[in-house]
Design a protein around this ligand. Structure first.
Ligand SMILES: Cc1cc2nc3c(=O)[nH]c(=O)nc-3n(C[C@H](O)[C@H](O)[C@H](O)COP(=O)(O)OP(=O)(O)OC[C@H]3O[C@@H](n4cnc5c(N)ncnc54)[C@H](O)[C@@H]3O)c2cc1C
Length: 457
């Protein structure tokens, strides 16, 4: 009998197109393990919405493994301690895993690799991060040339099906209980909206992919309209690796119409990871110098404004609709993410890191790379942008992208207002339970530009 092989699962919770599982299944009995690690140095503990998702995704993966004659072993602790201990306990000589690029995962991979034979495979990005370089061999900092170079390497490799059976060891080692990990909220149970909106797991991911198939060809025309469900809703599934980007690519590439624009967005995910590989601290450190001494607002009033933003009570309907959609479902439409993020940073002059943290805690697709890159892009503090002075006007954005139905759905206090008024209700038209604006747009703009003048000197 061959000695068993451990498969270390992280953000790659699927059985198909999963190179670590495919490789291990060809070598001997497989022990799939998920380690809940909040302890590895610089590890960013998952936020509440991500933990909710993780619970259900692990349950779904365990059920899928059991159909293949296997099961999922759960352990908690530092990966660099847990995995060598598990190898010793089971007699496993090898650990197989997919590459991950968050700084804490790279630390953990180094530490684990010193104590047990660790084999890392690709498969969570269209192209392995770091592999797309300029002619001179340097990594790209800007999306457009990055995407052009990446496109030349498409299509991605063919998708690998799930092995027919995953060989099991003679006996199973102890697993911790998922329920004991307390990943789900209890008091209060705020996850009702998440339960209604999502089906975590590989089946849920493929159901989303199928539902999107009929819409992909009209993506460019409709993706900015928050009142339509015109995007794929694949982000949490891609984040947790319940579906691979290669599977998404191969399923969609032939859809015709403007599907190229959609594939380009999937490429943003690769781009963001490419930035994190170059700047591992990007989630907490602005890439541009003026932002080190930026006069962000702090103190009681700023904290009250931050809370109003988090609760969707800024008095700007499009911002409030987005923030309430986020709280209720763990997801927000991309155009509205841009508007809401810009509003926090420029209208309220609150440090982008406070917004990044809130999104980290509340998004089901919270992703270190995509979140940080998009927040820094919006703030103008990123390697790829210098746009602080481009201040989005929430009201005209709301009109331009026809957000009336979206606002009615998420801000029911305003549901009776006609389209012409709903984007910017006049003081007399505001229902008593809807707040007045935290700050007037023009005053906010002037304050932001003055702050920028001060920071850049
Ligand atoms: C301030 C801000 C924070 C964000 N934080 C995150 C985050 O934590 N996690 C996250 O996955 N996305 C984040 N995004 C990007 C984007 O909003 C979401 O990926 C998208 O809304 C998810 O919806 P969808 O799956 O329907 O996307 P679709 O439009 O269907 O796009 C398909 C896939 O492409 C990827 N993608 C699309 N747009 C982007 C983008 N701008 N950057 C990186 N990848 C992209 C996602 O994986 C997405 O699932 C953020 C955007 C902003 C402006």
């Amino acid at each position: 009998m061959h000695s068993p092989v451990i498969v270390w699962l992280r953000r790659d919770l699927r059985l198909s197109d999963q190179a670590a599982i495919a490789e291990a299944a060809g070598k001997g009995p497989v022990i799939p393990v998920y380690v809940l690690d909040d302890e590895t140095p610089r590890h960013r503990a998952m936020g509440g919405a991500s933990r909710w998702w993780l619970h259900h995704s692990l349950a779904s993966l365990d059920a899928a493994l059991r159909e293949k004659g296997s099961r999922l072993i759960l352990r908690r602790g530092k990966c660099e301690d847990v995995l060598p201990a598990l190898a010793e306990e089971t007699g496993a000589r090898e650990v197989h895993a997919l590459h991950h690029y968050e700084p804490w995962w790279r630390n953990a991979e180094k530490a684990v690799g010193k104590r047990v034979a660790l084999h890392l495979h690709h498969g969570n990005y269209l192209v392995p991060p770091g592999a797309v370089t300029t002619g001179a061999g340097a990594p790209y900092k800007i999306y457009t040339p990055f995407w052009r170079a990446l496109s030349e390497r498409m299509p991605p490799p063919e998708v690998q099906p799930c092995p027919d059976a995953i060989p099991a060891p003679e006996s199973w080692v102890r697993s911790e209980s998922l329920a004991d990990w307390n990943l789900l909220p209890v008091e209060p149970d705020w996850a009702g909206g998440l339960r209604d909106a999502w089906e975590p797991g590989e089946d849920g991911a493929h159901a989303r992919l199928q539902a999107f198939a009929g819409k992909a060809s009209r993506y460019r025309e409709q993706r900015d309209l928050p009142s339509r469900d015109a995007t794929s809703f694949l982000s949490p599934h891609l984040h947790f690796g319940e579906i691979s980007p290669a599977q998404v690519w191969h399923a969609m590439a032939g859809a015709g119409g403007s599907v190229e624009t959609f594939l380009g967005e999937v490429g943003w995910r690769d781009y963001a990871q490419n930035v994190i590989l170059q700047f591992p601290d990007y989630g907490g450190k602005s890439a541009r110098e003026p932002f080190d001494s930026f006069p962000w607002r702090t103190g009681e009033n700023a904290e009250a404004d931050l809370r109003a933003w988090q609760q969707g009570r800024t008095g700007y309907p499009i911002v409030d609709a987005g923030m309430r959609q986020l709280w209720h479902t763990g997801w927000m439409h991309n155009r509205v993410r841009m508007i809401a993020a810009s509003f926090l940073v420029k209208h309220l002059l609150i440090d982008w890191r406070r917004g990044e943290q809130w999104f980290w805690d509340t998004l089901v697709d919270a992703d270190y790379a995509s979140n940080a890159v998009n927040w820094q892009w919006t703030a103008g503090s990123g390697v790829d942008s210098n746009m602080f002075v481009r201040i989005m006007a929430p009201l005209s954005q709301s009109e331009k992208f026809d957000a009336a139905a979206y606002i009615r759905q998420w801000v029911p206090e305003l549901a009776d207002l006609p389209d012409a008024e709903i984007h910017d209700p006049a003081p007399m038209a505001r229902p008593a339970d809807y707040p007045s604006r935290l700050i007037d747009h023009r005053a906010a703009r002037e304050r932001a530009l003055a702050a920028w003048e001060q920071a850049k000197d």
